[in-house]
Write a protein that binds this ligand. Structure first.
Ligand code: FAD
Ligand code: GLY
Length: 373
């Protein structure tokens, strides 16, 4: 049987990014996906690259997010060249809306910290916000204006990474479910699946919200849990927005072709992919409050996806503490699209036993582990 340099479990954005980085280094890589490639959280995402809009500026994740955001322009070119896919990368900027005085005060502090860290970010008065986006509700207290955050099309980006990896020699296998790990002593040497065994030098688990369950046989409990998110989209016949609008209750992302994505609900501990009337009605009310003319748009569709969350909100990036050559990239929660470029680079550095591009100490996978045996 063919032996690979690396097997990547899960064909989402993390699996795609990891396989792409490995294949760029000449690693013979196999991606195993139990269903359809890119069919889970990674295609449910709105595609925001929201380093400054989503993350606390003083968190360890902020540095990771800033480094990851930097990679998108070059990645967009590489994917276009290798796979012929336009990932829809745009730096269209974001407005993080304050509707209360508390939010206003909080955002002013965030602006100060981000500016000290060298990031572009400004406070806009309500008049200045309406100047930029005339159709927004005027009942706001102002907004953070973040020019550097942008977006991609999440499904195109995910498939673009996977197909670019394939163009560089990676094998992609759908409907192949990993059931367990093959070992020689404490060294992982491959995986068992519904289609038999596959062997490799290293194994990377990028199985999204299913990761905790999959690695349980290794005796360690990651304590990751699923968080359901529902979204919907509409079509507009005249452009309503240029920037992405972000608030504490919902976001509205303008896409190409006059489409707006409105998201997303946050329901912890649910793997359900059904779309609830309650969830969509709640988002719709919030979107109408922020952008009243959304009432005039045409309904397109609604969907749900499962975010992988960790117990402390930070991703897990590293090698298994007891089983060597088994690597895990998981728990990226609301920011997996944003964090996928840096994640693929870090996992590749770890496999190559090199110093990682950024410090991964805060993301060690054994920081919260407890033995289940
Ligand atoms: P997934 O995309 O879920 O991929 C994991 C894959 O592993 C799946 O395809 C699964 O079938 C497969 N798998 C599982 N077990 C096995 C097995 N045993 N064998 C083989 N395959 C297996 N992030 C952003 O950065 N920006 C956003 O705007 C954004 N918006 C979002 C909106 C919504 C509604 C949701 C739900 C998420 C959003 N996210 C966003 C978060 C982002 O989508 C996730 O963090 C990211 O997609 C996780 O990627 P992943 O590859 O780890 O997981
Ligand atoms: N980052 C947006 C979401 O997860 O809904």
């Amino acid at each position: 049987m063919k032996k690979y340099d690396a097997i990547v479990i899960g064909g989402g954005v993390m699996g795609g990014s990891t396989a792409f980085q490995l294949s760029k280094k000449g690693y013979r890589t196999l991606v195993l996906e139990k269903d359809q490639l890119g069919g889970k959280a990674s295609s449910a995402a709105a595609g925001m690259i929201g380093a400054q809009v989503e993350l606390d500026s003083d968190s360890p994740m902020f540095q990771l997010a800033r480094e990851s955001r930097k990679q998108f322009p070059e990645l967009a070119e590489e994917i276009k060249d290798l796979a012929g896919i336009d990932i829809g990368f745009r730096k269209n900027g974001m407005l993080k809306m304050a509707f209360t005085n508390e939010e206003r005060e909080k955002f002013l502090k965030i602006i100060e910290t981000q500016q000290q860290l060298g990031e572009q970010v400004d406070w806009l008065t309500p008049e200045e916000v309406i100047n930029k986006e005339p159709l927004l509700s005027s009942s706001l207290k102002g907004a953070m204006y973040i020019e550097g955050d942008g977006q991609v099309s999440a499904p195109d980006f995910t498939m673009g990474l996977l197909k670019s990896a394939a163009a560089l020699g990676t094998d992609l296998k759908e409907y192949c479910e990993v059931k367990g790990f093959l070992r020689e002593g404490n060294r992982v040497i491959g995986v068992s699946t519904n289609e038999g065994n596959f062997y490799s030098h290293s194994v990377v688990v990028t199985a999204g919200a299913w990761t905790t369950q999959l690695i349980q046989e290794s005796g360690l409990d990651l304590k990751g849990y699923p968080v359901k998110g529902e979204s919907f989209s509409v079509i507009t016949h005249k452009p309503l927005l240029t920037h992405t609008i972000f608030s504490s209750s919902c976001y509205i992302v303008p896409k190409t072709g006059g489409r707006l994505i409105i998201g997303a609900t946050v329901k912890p501990h649910s793997f359900s992919r059904s779309v609830s009337v309650e969830g969509i009605a709640q988002l719709m009310e919030e979107a109408k409050f922020i952008l009243p003319s959304i009432k005039e748009t045409e309904w397109k569709k609604a969907w749900a996806g499962t975010r992988p969350q960790s117990l402390d909100g930070l991703p897990y990036l590293g090698e298994h503490p007891e089983w060597s050559h088994l690597f895990i990239a998981n728990g990226h929660f609301r920011n997996g699209i944003l964090l996928s470029p840096i994640t693929g680079m870090i996992i590749t550095d770890l496999i190559e036993r090199k110093k990682t591009i950024t410090d991964v100490e805060p993301f060690r996978i054994d920081r919260l582990f407890q033995q289940v045996k």
